[in-house]
Design a protein around this ligand. Sequence first.
Ligand code: 15L
Length: 269
Amino acid sequence: MQTVLMTGAAGDVGTRLRRLLKDTYRLRLSDLKRPADLAPDDDFVQADLADTVALNKAVAGVEGIVHLGGFGVEGPWPTILQANIVGCYNLFEAAYRNRVKRVVFASSNHAVGFYPRSRRIGVDVPVRPDTRYGMSKAFGEAVAALYAFKHGLRVTCIRIGNVTDQPADRRRLSIWLAPQDLAQLVRIGLEHPDIRYEIFFGASDNVRCFWDNAAAFRYGYRPQGRAEDFRDAALAAQAKLPSDPIAEWYQGGPFCSEEYDAEGEPSVV
Ligand code: 15L
């Protein structure tokens, strides 16, 4: 059984994921604050990603890391800079210095949010972040590539769509990721013998998916969740939302329309 550090363990995705992985790995949990549901025998190390001393303590002795930590939505530049740029660099540097073998990095669909919904993209297109947050995820994928190819760390970046019990609106019918499917992708990253550096899209078996997830399928990913099973509820929720043409045009949704002031028609390619 591998010892695996999970950063961001107190967050919503971390809380779901650690419940799904606790029988597979010896988990060490880390976050800025203690998770509310921590059991007495849970291994928890409080660490701020900006604090390299605390971070090295959290990383020491683990074989793998699932890096969920950082700021999970758009935020002001100083916040993104500290939590997601400096914090992410510190995490990979600590992994390297502590001879960790594998890292699974929670990237985001917002690294490529400015592709139109009409286009199906693979992991081979250039990044098009829709926010400072999305830009920090693109940076994280670049840091991951540096440590993979220069230092031999095995890294999997998962561009997570939206992890919830069921898709919340029309866009989420395309990008929904069932928690069990996220766990499956993480396990591929932590265990598959052929992983060197990969980017996967974090989506379930969604017929409206914006993404070609061939890379994940090649590694045996077989998603079980189907967003379409929740179509009626998602479309009913969508009908109650105010109209937002930019959000509805681009894959990144409201992350694209936030602070948007470009002139002319949105991109068709
Ligand atoms: C994300 O990356 C966020 O972390 C999450 O809160 C959702 O907003 C999700 O994207 C989304 O695109 O729906």
